[in-house]
Design a protein around this ligand. Structure first.
Ligand SMILES: Nc1ncnc2c1ncn2[C@@H]1O[C@H](COP(=O)(O)OP(=O)(O)OP(=O)(O)O)[C@@H](O)[C@H]1O
Length: 253
């Protein structure tokens, strides 16, 4: 698979904490890559470095051959890399439709608090995106009235409105009821595959990982300790013990 993003030798320490201790990772065109690992392993730090929120102290992040490490977030978004957050970043006092239209206005470089009027074409496009996510019936609902699952999808829909080639998602299903999780990931995976967007997502739910990821990278103490197809990585006794917290009954004492 042709890589669109290549992280090479990324290092970043906060005081004595090595949040990135030599991260090498390729993301393939059209790939769905899951990142798993215990709390504090450096998963969010990796996403923050790839999206310009943190600057690595050394290493490179190649995007279609260009080193984007240290560029400001806006410049990285313009190149086709978007992100969604652990806590959705919607404008809570606006409707879902308006949030989407504002994201489109931002993509077009037309967002300004002094020019709040939205063009009809943007609203139409926003509605089409909402339809793709199955959120059309919530278009006129205020963002702060959404349940957690719909709020997560609306947040991801806003990132998709930026027309990215790669979307990085930090725990897209955190805080969502267990019964809703698989439906949410199914929806976002369908939309991203239909639009040809590659995805990197941090996830703690191993059922989600095994069903939706093409590949899994396992983080531990700022390093990648395993990287491969979900069926192989999630069966690895060390990954099961250290990351998933499962002691295999047949494992040697
Ligand atoms: N801005 C910061 N300043 C100081 N320390 C930080 C900062 N960001 C992260 N860290 C530290 O770096 C380490 C990695 O943090 P990071 O948030 O990347 O881990 P994570 O794997 O995403 O964890 P979680 O699963 O809990 O979200 C942690 O020890 C964290 O406390």
């Amino acid at each position: 698979m042709k890589p669109i993003l290549q992280a090479q030798g990324l290092r970043l320490a906060f005081g004595g904490v090595k949040a990135a201790d030599g991260i090498d990772l390729d993301v393939g065109e059209g790939e769905f890559l899951a990142i798993i690992g215990p709390n504090g392993a450096g998963k969010t730090t990796f996403i923050n470095m790839c999206t310009g929120w943190l600057k690595p102290q050394s290493g490179r992040i190649l995007w279609r051959g260009e080193d984007i490490a240290g560029l400001p977030p806006r410049r990285i978004t313009q190149r086709g890399i978007a992100r969604s957050f652990q806590l959705p970043q919607l404008f809570t006092e606006h409707t879902v439709l308006r949030n989407l239209a504002l994201a489109i206005a931002a993509r077009e470089g037309a967002f300004s608090l002094l020019r709040p009027l939205l063009r009809p074409g943007w609203t139409k496009e926003a509605m089409e995106i909402l339809r793709g996510f199955g959120l059309e019936s919530l278009a006129d609902t205020r963002a702060d009235a959404l349940n957690e699952g719909s709020r997560k999808l609306a947040d991801i829909a806003m990132a998709v409105a930026l027309k990215p080639r790669l979307l990085l998602m930090d725990e897209p299903t955190s805080g969502v009821a267990a019964s809703e999780k698989l439906g949410i990931v199914e929806t976002l995976a369908r939309v991203l595959r239909e639009t040809g967007v590659s995805a990197v997502f941090v996830e703690h739910d191993m059922e989600v990982v095994s069903r939706f990821a093409d590949r899994v990278a396992v983080w531990s103490q700022g390093r990648i300790v395993a990287n491969g197809p979900p069926e192989a990585v999630l069966a690895d006794p060390e990954v099961r013990r250290e990351v998933i917290g499962i002691e295999d009954a047949h494992a040697a004492p």
